[in-house]
Design a protein around this ligand. Structure first.
Ligand code: NAD
Length: 237
């Protein structure tokens, strides 16, 4: 039987880098995509430097997966932040944030689904955020995109479950990566974010990678349509 392949986006840094490393360790071949060049190379990982919002990227990634084996997992992780309230958000940043965080994930899933179904099924994992579940200041487009990806996840779970495809989301809380490191230098932000997290934080990219690993594994064979929060208990407070 051909090797299972996982596509992971935003895999050159942060949470995506940890997910790609973990899925490689789990035995997947990995097609890793990022806008930025990859700092290292890894056995079993094919790197594609591309913008996930480029309409040609999904076909490129699926073709790379076909060369490597059987497409068994797609992890839509690449995402960008946005720190504006609704009245301050211009059309260009609204469109870009929605397109990268939601539209590109939809187009990648659309390209991956026929391959997964033909191969007997697979696992779609979308990286959402507690920002899509709770209200925070000045994150209008980001929160909308992350709430949207959770809705899309549930919808795909219903439509494609009968054909063996599971669709789930993970919702990180505060995870220390390049996206948050600069913010965490501000003592007020640090206090606000860490105060909201019952477990000692911040979390690590590997904490999210562990949850994604589970959702892509046979242990999750009857798990679909859920959002698994990796937030130290934040969303329960
Ligand atoms: P990061 O900025 O450290 O890494 C994101 C990676 O995605 C970068 O390598 C970047 O180059 C890549 N990327 C961005 N736009 C891209 C595009 N258009 N095409 C291809 N690659 C692109 O961010 P992170 O903290 O690792 O976040 C990863 C995901 O987790 C994002 O979806 C983010 O919204 C989500 N998230 C992060 C946190 C956190 O606390 N760090 C919390 C909740 C959700």
């Amino acid at each position: 039987m051909s090797r299972p392949v996982a596509i992971v986006t935003g895999a050159a840094a942060g949470i995506g880098q940890a997910i790609a490393a973990r899925l490689l360790a789990d035995g997947f071949a990995v097609v890793a995509c990022d806008l930025s060049a990859f700092a290292d190379a890894a056995e079993g990982r094919e790197d594609v430097v591309a913008d996930i919002a480029d309409p040609e990227t999904p076909a490129r990634l699926v073709a790379a997966a076909q060369r490597a084996g059987r497409l068994a997992a797609l992890v839509n992780n690449a995402g960008i932040g946005g720190a504006k309230a609704a009245a301050e958000t211009d059309d260009a940043s609204w469109s870009r944030i929605l397109d990268v965080n939601l539209g590109a994930g939809f187009r990648l899933a659309r390209a991956a689904l026929p391959e997964m179904i033909a191969g007997g099924g697979g696992s779609l994992v979308n990286v959402a955020s507690v920002y899509g579940q709770l209200g925070f200041r000045t994150t209008a487009a980001y929160a909308a995109s992350k709430a949207g990806i959770e809705g899309l996840t549930r919808q795909m779970a219903v439509d494609y479950g009968p054909r063996g495809v599971r669709a789930n989301a993970v919702a990180p809380g505060l995870i220390e990566t390049a996206l948050t490191r600069r913010l965490l230098e501000d003592p007020a932000y640090r206090l606000l974010m860490l105060d909201g997290t019952p477990l000692p934080g911040p979390g690590r990219p590997e904490d999210v990678a562990g949850a994604v690993s589970f959702l892509c594994s046979p242990d999750a064979r009857f798990v679909s349509g859920v959002t698994l929060n990796v937030d130290g208990g934040w969303a329960t407070t």
